[in-house]
Design a protein around this ligand. Structure first.
Ligand SMILES: Nc1nc2c(ncn2[C@@H]2O[C@H](COP(=O)(O)OP(=O)(O)OP(=O)(O)O)[C@@H](O)[C@H]2O)c(=O)[nH]1
Ligand SMILES: [Mg+2]
Length: 328
């Protein structure tokens, strides 16, 4: 089968095979799932760095600098970025071209931007699967850049081996607004655009939120690193913070990866289960009919779910024949 040789070439570090496999995953083609199946047991070698933050915070610029700094230290780097089609980056394609140029002569770097299209859940899955492909292809560090808006993307970053949250000066209100989310996911804070006014106020507002948290003796207290991504200032400090975090969490990496496994498995299971229900258990149009009844308040969603579950189990017990009990 074609995916066998593609997977083999990818595992051998062939970057054209990698690019091809990424396209399958991105397009949600069946070959993508097949390749993931083939390579999965060979993954888990790469250290996964998640970078999130508001649109235009300078994440891509920072990731480029970080990539260069990591390469200078030795390890190979794969980057998967969810670049929204924003006025900052000019969209994924342009973003890719500009970014690849900076590392064009370096075979140890592979950068891929994912276009934001379709549903976010699918994008989050595709992003984490591309990270797997980069890992399988031998990239020792994999950086995932996402815009921290959707829950799915936050989940992806949360389950990286280290999560970097990028803020910018003058984002005091933003810190407040995001506080529940970011305080929970940040292992390292970056205040980028430190060449701008208000850096210290932003640092202080993060610190005041940290003051409300309780840190035990051996607990990691997320450091706050000031950077100017455009010049590279502070990037060495950021890399040092990543290395310190990595050393600090050496023993708990397993539980972090288990959380990632849980996210992955639950996501696949619920998607598959739903697909199965829609394809095999319900007749065409029936799912829609449930939705309409719920919208009209004739049926509550809990009862609808119970009914569908019961029908799915009956369908299973009957050896997968027919459409369960007669529908609504
Ligand atoms: N002054 C200043 N500008 C910066 C700095 N870092 C990035 N920028 C600029 O900010 C703009 C956005 O940078 P990006 O790296 O594309 O930001 P991003 O967070 O990846 O943006 P999206 O992916 O579109 O959300 C660009 O014009 C950068 O040149 C910085 O440290 N200082
Ligand atoms: Mg970007």
């Amino acid at each position: 089968m074609m995916t066998v040789s593609l997977a083999d070439r990818l595992l051998a570090g062939d970057s054209r095979a990698l690019a091809r496999a990424i396209s399958f995953v991105e397009n949600e083609a069946s070959e993508g799932a097949e390749i993931i199946r083939r390579i999965f047991t060979r993954t888990g070698q790469a250290y996964l760095i998640g970078v999130t933050g508001a649109p235009g915070a300078g994440k891509s610029t920072l990731v480029d600098r970080l990539t260069a700094a990591i390469r200078a230290a030795g390890p190979t780097v794969g980057v998967v970025a969810v670049d929204p089609t924003s006025p900052f980056s000019g969209g994924a394609i342009l973003g890719d071209r500009v970014r690849m140029q900076a590392h064009a002569s370096d075979a140890g770097v592979f950068i891929r931007s994912m276009a934001t299209r379709g549903h976010l859940g699918g994008l989050a899955r595709a992003t984490s699967e591309v990270a797997l492909l980069l890992d399988a292809s031998g990239k020792q560090t994999v950086i995932i850049e996402t815009v921290g808006v959707g829950q799915d993307e936050v989940d992806i970053v949360r389950t990286a081996d280290v999560s970097i949250v990028t803020l910018v000066p003058g984002a005091g209100d933003e810190v407040q607004a995001l506080k529940a989310g970011i305080m929970e996911i940040a292992d390292i804070f970056v205040v980028n655009k430190a060449d701008r006014e208000g850096v210290d106020r932003t640092v202080a507002s993060i610190e005041s939120l940290q003051a409300l948290q309780t840190f035990g003796a051996g607990d990691w207290r997320p450091p706050i690193v000031k950077t100017v991504a455009t010049t590279g200032e502070g990037v060495a400090d950021l890399l040092a913070a990543v290395d310190r975090f990595r050393a600090h969490t050496k023993d708990s990496l397993g539980s972090r990866r288990k959380a990632r496994a849980e996210f992955r498995l639950r996501e696949i299971l619920s998607r598959r289960f739903l697909q199965r229900v829609e394809d095999d258990v319900l007749r065409p149009g029936e799912f829609e009919a449930y939705l309409e009844r719920i919208a009209r308040r004739e049926l509550d969603p809990y009862s609808a779910a119970s009914e569908i579950m019961t029908r799915a189990l009956a369908h299973q017990a009957a050896g997968g024949r027919g459409h369960g009990r007669e529908g609504p």
